[in-house]
Structures are given as C-alpha cells and as structure tokens.
Design a protein around this ligand. Structure first.
Ligand code: HEC
Length: 393
C-alpha cells in the first residue's frame, strides 16, 4: 500500500515539476526573445528604449521597454518568479521521493562508491548548495566582469560537478544530479539575485530616486546564464530513459558536449526568432553538429563479435536473471521497494526474456544501467553471457 501511494506522490510531484518548469522556461525564453526584438521607432513614449509588435491568439500586442523604468510604476506589476521557485521546490521534492527515500536502490551504486544512504544523501545536499556558493562567488569576482571568461569558468565548474557525480553516484542519479546542480544555480539566480535586485530598483523608483544601473546589469547577466543553461538541463532530466547516456563510462564528457550543443542551440533559436541575419550566428550550426557527432562517437556500439563465441544454455540464462533481475522484475517482487514489476517488465520465463530482448540488451549488456544501482553486483562476464544468449535467440 505504501508503494502504491508513493507511486502516486511521485507522479503528482513530477507533473507539478513539469508544469512549473514549462512555465519557467517559457517565460525565460519569451523575455529574452522579447528583449532582442525591441526596436527604436518613431513617436515612442518618454523614457522608452524600444518597442515590439507581436501577434498571438487573435490579438495584437504592443510592448514598450523602459531603459530604467517609467516615472510611475503601477500597483499591479506582474512578477515572474514563482515558476522558477516552484520548479526548484518540486524538483527537490522529486529528488527526495525518487532518490533519497530509496537511496540504496536509486542513488548508490556500490561499484562506483560503496556509500551508506545517509552519506549519499548528505553528499547530494551539500554538493548542490556548494555548487551555488562557488558559482555565485565566481560571478561576483573579477572573472564576472569578463563575459567570455565567466562562461568558460562556469562550464568547467559544471564539467567538474559531472566528473564528481559520475564517480560517486549511480549512473542514473549522477546525470540527474548534474541537472539538479545546474537547476539550483538557475533557481537561486532568480531567488537570490535577479528578484532582490529588481526589488531594490523598484523601491528606489518608488522613492522618486534614480536607481543604480548596476542592479539591472547584474540581474541581466544571471538571466542570460539561465537561458543558456536551460536546454542542457532538459537533456539531463530525461537522461534516465537513455542508458547510452547514464550507463556510459565517459558520461561526464557527454555532459560537456550536451552543454556546448544545448547552449549553441539556444543561441541559434533566439537569434533566429528575432530575425537576425544568419551570418551573425551561423557558427552555432557546426558547433551543434560537432558536439552531436562527438556524443554519438562516445556512445558508439561496441564490437560484439565476442558474444557469438560464448555458448550459453537456457538454464544458465534463467539463472542469471533469477539472480539479478527477478527480485524486482517479477509479478510479485520480493524486493522491499517494489510491489509490482517496475514498468511492468516481468523477467521470469524464457519467453519474457525474448520479449524484452532489446531492452535487456540495452540496459544490462551494452550498458550497466540494470540491475538498478547494480545492487546484486552483476559481473561483466554474466552480462556477456546474457547478451550471448539473447543474440543466439
Ligand atoms: C532493484 C530493483 C531492480 C532490479 C534488481 C532490476 N531492475 Fe530493471 N528496473 C527497475 C526499475 C525501478 C525500473 C524502472 C526504471 C525507470 O523508471 O526508468 C526498471 C526498468 C527496467 C527495464 C525497462 C526499461 C525501459 O526503458 O522501459 C528493463 C528492460 C529492465 N529494467 C531490465 C532489468 C534486467 C535485465 C535486470 C537484471 C539483470 C534488472 N532490470 C534488474 C528495477 C530493477
């Protein structure tokens, strides 16, 4: 019964996380594109730096952007912050339900590092907070004044986090942690920098004084970081469905390629959206293409000819899956965390194995994403045997 409610809780939190995340990413992209589409036109109101005309859902919109702010601010100013806060809060709640409550199955892989659940959870929380403190420190340091250098240093920080996580946690939770690490930087940028700075500006304006432009500039810098990080984060968050990513020994390098490709894609999309001539941003296309090719090269299928030479009987195949899979993948699992077979994948008979052959091959032979967290310590030899049996069918 507990597992049943835990499943529902997991689904509802995940749903909320998606809703908040879509709202956040949507507004973030919208405002960057809006900002870039502002043009100076004739007869603009005093204090206006540019305006944009847009059409959507049967209406025409005329948006004005003030250099600093209008003389009088309306009382019903709309703030965009809850999308970001709720994305982070629901994301962390999902982290608790999915990874912390079942740390030995989901978070830890004893072959990567034999941690106790409280140690793994501690590392997770401390690393996420430390990531923010380091990133924020870098942005505030002299490095923060040089946009290109800052981007390079933040990139190295993310790579270091990816390297660390993939050498501490199970493959699946490592990439989710890279996503949570970047997501935390983004959400705290909104919570601790962008919104407080905007509030300072608003207060000074309300008092009838001229606000310091630096607050707006700092907020803008962080907001731009956020949009470049958005697309890579999305890949991290769905990486659990792709053992070729999570089960890859060089997963941290894949993270680097995803960040480069995703950031270049963001640049392309926004520039294209505002109608800039392609020459200005055409470099993004080879950047995306090369990072994609390198990622495909890193995940290329291995040479599997050795499998053909291994002779495996039906009995042996069943013995391997009995030992390593059926505690979870049975009609009535004996594993304490599961009341029914995960994803309805039952692996009890030879026919079951044939039916799921491709998936088993992906998860347990080509990569090591199953058994979950390699709890039963399945060896490479056993994986090859299982693979050889699947090939012979
Ligand atoms: C400790 C429990 C556990 C063990 C042991 C385990 N699995 Fe899984 N398996 C899971 C869970 C949980 C999922 C669902 C993962 C998800 O939500 O993406 C899963 C999913 C799968 C899937 C479906 C993946 C998909 O994308 O639909 C396959 C195939 C699979 N496991 C194969 C195996 C094989 C083969 C073994 C044994 C070598 C094994 N599992 C051992 C827990 C386990």
């Amino acid at each position: 019964m507990i597992a049943f409610f835990a499943d529902w809780l997991n689904l509802l939190i995940r749903w909320a996380h998606l809703i908040a995340g879509i709202g956040w990413i949507g507004t973030s992209f919208y405002f960057i594109a809006l900002d870039l589409s502002m043009k100076r036109r004739e007869n603009m109101n005093p204090g206006v730096a540019g305006t944009a005309w847009e059409v959507h859902g049967g209406g025409f919109y005329h948006v004005e952007k003030y250099t600093v702010a209008p003389k009088q601010l309306p009382g019903d100013l709309i703030w965009f912050k809850w999308e970001a806060y709720l994305t982070w809060v629901t994301g962390m709640a999902l982290m608790v339900v999915q990874f912390y409550l079942n740390a030995s199955a989901w978070l830890i892989d004893p072959n990567v590092m034999p941690l106790l659940p409280w140690q793994a959870i501690g590392i997770s929380i401390v690393s996420l907070l430390a990531g923010w403190l380091i990133y924020d420190g870098i942005c505030r340091s002299p490095v923060g004044k040089n946009t290109t250098l800052l981007a390079a240093v933040v990139f190295v920080l993310i790579l270091a986090a990816a390297y660390g996580y993939t050498h501490v946690f199970s493959g699946r939770s490592a990439l989710i942690h890279v996503g949570a690490f970047i997501g935390t930087l983004m959400a705290f940028n909104v919570f601790a920098i962008i919104i407080p700075n905007q509030k300072k500006i608003t207060e000074v304006l309300m008092a009838g004084q001229e606000p310091d432009a630096k607050y707006g500039e700092i907020g803008k810098q962080r907001s731009v970081h956020n949009t470049y990080l958005t697309l890579p984060v999305l890949v991290m968050m769905v990486s659990g469905h792709y053992p070729m990513l999570t089960g890859n020994a060089q997963a941290w390098l894949l993270v680097g390629l995803i960040v480069v490709g995703g950031a270049a894609l963001r640049h392309f999309l926004v520039r294209h959206e505002v109608g800039d001539p392609l020459e200005g941003y055409s470099w993004t296309l080879p950047a995306i293409f090369i990072s994609l090719c390198l990622a495909m090269w890193l995940t290329q299928p291995q040479d599997r000819s050795r499998l053909a030479e291994i002779d495996v009987s039906d009995v042996e195949a069943i013995q391997i899956t009995q030992k390593h899979c059926v505690s979870c993948h049975a009609k009535k699992p004996t594993h304490e965390s599961f009341e029914e077979a995960p994803k309805n994948v039952v692996l009890e008979t030879l026919d079951d194995l044939r039916r799921y052959a491709t998936l088993i091959d992906q998860h347990s032979v080509k990569t090591e994403s199953m058994p979950l967290g390699n709890e039963t310590e399945m060896t490479r030899e056993e994986r090859d045997k299982l693979g050889a049996w699947l090939v012979s069918q």
